[in-house]
Design a protein around this ligand. Structure first.
Ligand SMILES: [Zn+2]
Length: 282
């Protein structure tokens, strides 16, 4: 399989897979969703009883949402994940599963109402680089006299166990489209290029031409219009299953390219495992 990155930002990758087939693209898609790990909040400890501020004012540790709902919302906040550092807590060699800086991040929230508690109020205990990358995710609105004192522990996990550990979103792939135009089989000047819903057809020197071919959605609107005019064969639109365009985003917890490298590594190890087991059988 060949892989070419067509466009990349920190949070998004668009690539073309060559000499491949849909099974491989789908295996990569599923690995990106279910097997690339990230950190997410798993345990939340709520302080109960009154909370006193420095000036002596007393607040009630109560919020308009149930603690379970708040814990769930905290779990869904994307957290920065260094895949070279963090390991799953259960198999952490440093602490033997007790919890240490290699397998957990501990956050605190100490907020007094009235006001909105948001992801930016999650204060990491230790390295300030571990603050959530998106500080504006609303969690709960506190009323006057209400306060929240919470300790939350994040651990490494995968989307296979819960969607909160899924670092990638909006993963989609399609066959690489090709649009062949035979201008001799139609009257190109009379062809309305706006028939194409993604605007990739254009008039140029009395001909119809295609630009940004990869944006074609294989909708066949041009083929059908030509057919109605009796211009059979003027357009040929095909998707090539051996060339696949695949794109995805991450939630900010890991750079998109790193998630891709991780997914490819997981697939490689899995196929090597399988090959090893096959050899044992024969
Ligand atoms: Zn540990």
């Amino acid at each position: 399989m060949k892989l070419a990155i067509l466009a990349r930002t920190d949070k998004r990758v668009q690539m073309e897979l060559g000499e491949t087939d849909p099974m491989i693209a789908n295996a990569l898609r599923r690995t990106l969703i279910a097997d690339v790990p990230k950190m997410a909040i798993e345990d939340v400890e709520f302080h109960l009883g009154p909370i006193r501020s420095e000036d002596g004012k007393e607040y009630e540790s109560i919020a308009p949402l149930f603690d379970e709902i708040l814990a769930h919302r905290l779990g869904l906040v994307p957290l920065p994940t260094d895949l070279d550092l963090f390991v799953p807590k259960a198999t952490c060699k440093t602490c033997g599963g007790e919890g240490c800086t290699n397998c957990t991040i501990i956050y605190s929230i100490n907020k007094r109402g009235p006001g909105m508690v948001s992801s930016g109020d999650l204060e990491p205990i230790g390295d300030p680089k571990l603050r959530p990358p998106d500080a504006k995710i609303p969690l709960v609105q506190l009323g006057d006299g209400q306060a929240m004192l919470v300790y939350a522990t994040a651990v490494l996990g995968t989307g296979r166990d819960h969607a909160k550990w899924q670092p990638t979103t909006a993963i989609a792939y399609k066959y690489r489209p090709t649009v062949d135009i035979d201008n001799k089989k139609m009257d190109p000047k009379k062809f309305p290029v706006e028939v194409c819903p993604v605007d990739i057809l254009h008039h140029e020197d009395g001909k119809v031409v295609v630009r940004d071919e990869e944006k074609c959605t294989l909708c066949n609107a041009c083929v059908e219009y030509a057919k109605k005019q009796g211009w059979d064969g003027a357009f040929k639109v095909r998707g090539d299953p051996a060339r696949i365009l695949l794109g995805f985003e991450t939630d900010g917890s890991i750079p998109a390219v790193r998630a891709l490298e991780e997914a490819l590594g997981i697939l490689e190890r899995r196929f090597a495992d399988l090959a090893g087991q096959m050899e044992e059988l024969t």
